[in-house]
Design a protein around this ligand. Structure first.
Ligand SMILES: [Mn+2]
Length: 356
């Protein structure tokens, strides 16, 4: 297992590389170069400079996240060809700079979504919350505005301005796109990019829909074991993998996370994992919890155990954390609670290794 920490880049994160290297057992980051809007080629020189900077702190950056898929690819528009070409160029440029895993998603329009970015936990801390009843009273534009307002000035992954600039127009086009259409467009994309990934030894790791159900009538096709069976079959390759996010899949109690990890772990299909806990408050209503099992409804021991047993060599990172100890940071991405999460996962891991 390689323990990592999500980092948004100099000037774009309240957490520094110096902070990250002080977290015990943390060997690297899951990084992003967020100057590039979806569809643009990530340039070699910029990636090289970024890598050298991360390496200068003794940290690795073998996993890069948020290499966003342009909406035209998801919608299957003729313009997808040039965006797929650009995506392949980005894959090659990243691989040339030591990247082994690329995390992406195939969610239409909205990436992750919460109705409250600073819900009271009850102990003075706050956490990201979702309440479907609350969302029902909101339009897509309302949720975009409330999310940007709650972001405390930090750009949020998946809520990039370029992605949301033509929101209404994009939503209109999606009205004619079924789940099967979206799957066909996804397959088309994978068939084009996976040979390039194989050539340069990169694994594509698709992030699950978050939350694990359709939103605003938009098709979503990556939130269950069955969905991932279909996706991994779309391109039969060691490069076509998953980013197992326990909190995203775990937003639905129907998903048995340890069983899903074991199923795909044994097949060599898990490239990395985001580990986080969730507390349910009813149907489609949850709050993100600390990593500790007893603070939420997911069993972190069984989740880490499934990784330990079936895919022990993957990259792991704590996912979102609560905002604790008065920290001011990008919602979900403070230093303190995620560092606590790392220590908890490290503790589970050491106990498993020694108890073998
Ligand atoms: Mn995640």
């Amino acid at each position: 297992m390689k323990m990592t920490f999500r980092w948004y880049g100099e000037g774009n994160d309240s957490v520094s590389l110096n902070d990250i290297r002080q977290i015990p057992g943390c060997s690297g980051i899951m990084g992003v170069l967020n100057q590039y809007p979806a569809g643009e080629v990530w340039q070699k020189d910029a990636i090289k400079e970024y890598m050298e900077h991360v390496h200068s702190y003794g940290l690795e950056a073998e996993v890069i996240e948020s290499v966003n898929v342009h909406e035209d690819i998801k919608m299957g528009l003729p313009s997808r060809e040039k965006y797929i070409e650009n995506y392949i160029a980005t894959i090659k440029n990243l691989a040339e700079n030591g990247v082994k895993v690329i995390v992406y998603n195939f969610m239409p329009v909205f990436d992750w979504l919460r109705t409250d970015l600073a819900g009271e936990v009850g102990d003075g801390s706050t956490a990201l919350c979702y309440d479907d009843e609350k969302l029902k009273g909101m339009t897509p534009r309302d949720i975009v505005e409330s999310t940007l307002e709650g972001s405390k000035g930090f750009p949020l992954p998946g809520w990039e301005a370029d992605r949301l600039s033509e929101l209404e127009k994009t939503l209109e086009i999606y009205k004619g796109i079924t789940e099967d259409d979206l799957r066909a467009n996804y397959k088309y994309f994978l068939e084009k990019i996976i040979p390039a990934c194989e050539e340069v030894g990169v694994k594509m790791a698709v992030h699950p829909d978050d939350p694990a159900w359709p939103l605003f009538g938009l098709p979503r096709i990556a939130h269950s074991k069955e969905d991932f069976d279909i996706i991994t079959d779309m391109a039969d390759s060691p490069s076509n993998c998953l980013c197992l996010c326990s909190g995203s899949l775990g937003s639905s109690p129907d998903n048995d996370i340890p069983a899903i990890i074991r199923h795909f772990g044994k097949k060599g299909k898990v490239a990395c994992a985001h580990v986080r806990n969730i507390k349910y408050f009813g149907n489609k209503k949850f709050r993100e919890a600390s990593h500790l099992s007893s603070d939420g409804d997911l069993d972190m021991y069984e989740i880490v155990r499934a990784i330990f047993d079936t895919c022990p060599d993957i990259y792991i990172r704590p996912d979102h954390g609560r905002m604790i100890w008065g920290e001011k940071a990008r919602p979900g991405y403070g230093l303190y609670d995620r560092a606590l999460g790392i220590m908890y996962i490290n503790g589970l891991w050491e106990a498993m290794e020694k108890g073998r």
